[in-house]
Design a protein around this ligand. Structure first.
Ligand code: GRF
Length: 187
């Protein structure tokens, strides 16, 4: 099969990146990762780019320059899909418009609930019994684009931020690969 070309944007530990890399090595997974972009020079996830010999760039600059440099690379590498995986920078409306329908993100809640930051704290404070994660298309509204897939996680009364994060992230790894398969089987 001819695989689509993907770029993964990260800012932190990159465990979702690691999981997507693993899936992408399967013969019938629809994407190959051609580029990893980080806006943080100290992102732990860069380790995975090095380990799997995937080209990467780390850019600590303002949004305008960041997007200008990244856009050039994306065009050069003919990228079909951008996966945001713990990417903590807000992309400009123009960048999102230019890649309409080609940027997806993972969020650690069952959207539309708990958009934004500090999700686990808020879920626990609200005594939710059910939470999860959502992979969605990125549009101009924060965590507001069309949902591709959601996975549920039960919250135990014994959970704290650390245990809940672990449970949700476990589902995230399955969700992201599932969502990427779904994006290309819909096309
Ligand atoms: C994930 O929990 C994701 O939902 C959120 O940021 C976190 C990234 O974790 N958007 P990692 O860098 O993939 O380990």
């Amino acid at each position: 099969m001819v695989k689509k070309k993907a770029c993964i944007f990260i800012s932190g530990s990159g465990t979702n990146l690691r999981s997507i890399i693993k899936s992408s090595r399967e013969y019938n997974f629809p994407i190959n990762i051609r580029l990893i972009v980080s806006n943080n020079k100290n992102a732990k996830g860069i380790i995975f780019a090095k380990k799997f010999s995937i080209p990467y760039i780390c850019l600590k600059t303002n949004r305008y320059n960041f997007e200008k440099i990244v856009l050039k690379k994306l065009i050069e590498k003919k990228i079909d899909l951008i996966c945001l995986a713990g990417f903590m920078k807000i992309l400009s409306k123009k960048f999102i418009r230019d890649f309409k329908g080609k940027i997806i993100n993972i969020h650690p809640s069952l959207l539309p609930k708990y958009k934004g930051l500090n999700t686990f704290q808020r879920v626990l404070a609200s005594k939710e019994r059910l939470t999860g994660c959502t992979v969605h298309f990125v549009n101009e509204k924060l965590d507001g684009g069309k949902v591709i897939i959601k996975k549920k996680v039960f919250v135990s009364i014994k959970d704290n931020i650390k245990t809940l994060k672990k449970k949700v992230q476990f589902e995230e790894y399955r969700a992201y690969s599932h969502a990427i398969r779904k994006v290309f089987s819909l096309n």
